[in-house]
Design a protein around this ligand. Sequence first.
Ligand code: SF4
Length: 221
Amino acid sequence: MGDTVTYAVSYNINYSNYCAASCPICAFYVPAKLKGKTQRGGYELTVDDVKRELEKARGGLGGATEIHIVGGFNPYLPLEYYEEVFRTVKKYMPDATLKALTIPEIDFIARTTGNSLKETVLRLKEAGGMEAHTGGGAEIFDPEVRKQITTKEKISGEKWLEDAKVIHSLGVPGNSTMTYGHVEEWKHIVDHIIKIRENQREVPGFLSFIPPQVQPREHTT
Ligand code: SF4
């Protein structure tokens, strides 16, 4: 507020790049169905791998103040995996904020592990120690634009907003985002921002607004 500026030293851990979606704007994922059948660099971190990452996060710049964890939509990992990874983060770095998973990722985990969204969030929060979601996956809410840059696994814009309200009502806040610079027009950007504002008025929980711009030339994979 006012003249006060705050910042976090964030360390990013991507637990897996296997993904059941295949968004046209994504250079990160390896198709989940190719697990064990490709040399394209698919991976899943073990809890020991995560511990090694946390060692790195504790060094440099006085140590990270935030651990940011996201991955692809991995259909092979049970809910217990996320709980264990998150518990490990809180055990090794109790003072760092654990900000994890995009809203579509949480929705995907709920669907594939047979839990409701509410049960999933409460388990990740209470057993795992998740303190915030990352706010990713909002992209652009407009359905026509969304159809061109994502696939159906990544939930509709409407569902993203509904899920945000459920997650916020359970005491897990997070960011709001908007990925732009692809096929959207100004009207889609305005519509997106208004929807986030309305959502925040209904069930507050957004901590910030982050608009990442697509950088197609920087992607090499
Ligand atoms: S859901 Fe995420 S990781 Fe998967 S393809 Fe889309 S942007 Fe990439």
